[in-house]
Write a protein that binds this ligand. Sequence first.
Ligand code: AVI
Length: 326
Amino acid sequence: MMTLTTTSRSTVRDFAESVALGLSDTPRWLPSRFLYDARGSALFERICQLPEYYLTRTEADILRRVAPRLRELTGAVTLVELGSGSSVKTDTLLAAYARNGDPVRYVPVDVSASILRVAAERIEETFPSVNVAGVHGEYEHVFPLLSAYAPTMLLFLGSTVGNLNHAESVPFWRRVSAALPAGSWMLLGVDLVKDPAVLEAAYNDAQGVTAAFTRNFFARMNRELGSRIDLDAVEHVARWNAEWQRIEIGGRFRSRQMVDVLPLGRRFEVEPGEQIMTEISRKFVLPSLRSYLECFGLETVHAATDDRRWFAVLLLRKGETDGDLA
Ligand code: AVI
């Protein structure tokens, strides 16, 4: 039976304040963590199945291939997964760590309590020797718990790290580094720089699921903040920015809108043609990523990629020090 710890502080006020901050900036942006309400999470699960969205499938193939080797390298560990979602991608790892009925503790961390419950039920049925201790909340809430779970392997899969911009990335890695005891492990899944046509197709799928995912941000603003945005006026845009090595995703407005943020009593005017960024998805080059992670005391012990070198899974080990930047 799963235990569930709730640390979530996500409130309408938090949403309203974050939206108002982004709409007050130039150029305007919206905080991507609010993409994942119940509807957004369901749409993201559909994105992962799309033919154009190679990330999930490619990472799963790599994990299937390397899971037994990872088990050998790390020995028995508590698996703590940031942004676990449905946890389907974790099955191959759980199978390797719970082989021969070895007891394993799995700590999925997610902002959706319902998705955690469904995932726990499925895992406990599939892997009887796995004990699931879910944490409902944002990533940072699990960091203080990591030393209590030692020895640990922190899982951050699906290239979710690519959704952090350069400013968010440094405090994130500092916190990870400070929270991981020396000798702990981390498994990081990252999408790699490749042909822009492949990248842009992954975020502009033919069925329009990614467009619905973007539009849901504005629909959520209407539902929760009384924003009264004309959703038909929002066009999904996803483009490769070669200089910043990232896909930039957002909504472009076909007509002028007065956007209300009722909980704060604020109103913002959006011009026709204006684009509001909802998300970035950074893509990585392995040598520079390895060097960046070393600055936080994280050494790459093993790097596995697919035949096309589209995606990579890195096994990192926390050294004796937190690194120069931590
Ligand atoms: C969750 N994250 C890794 C996805 C990505 O590819 O950046 C989010 C996403 N947004 C649109 N499609 C997928």
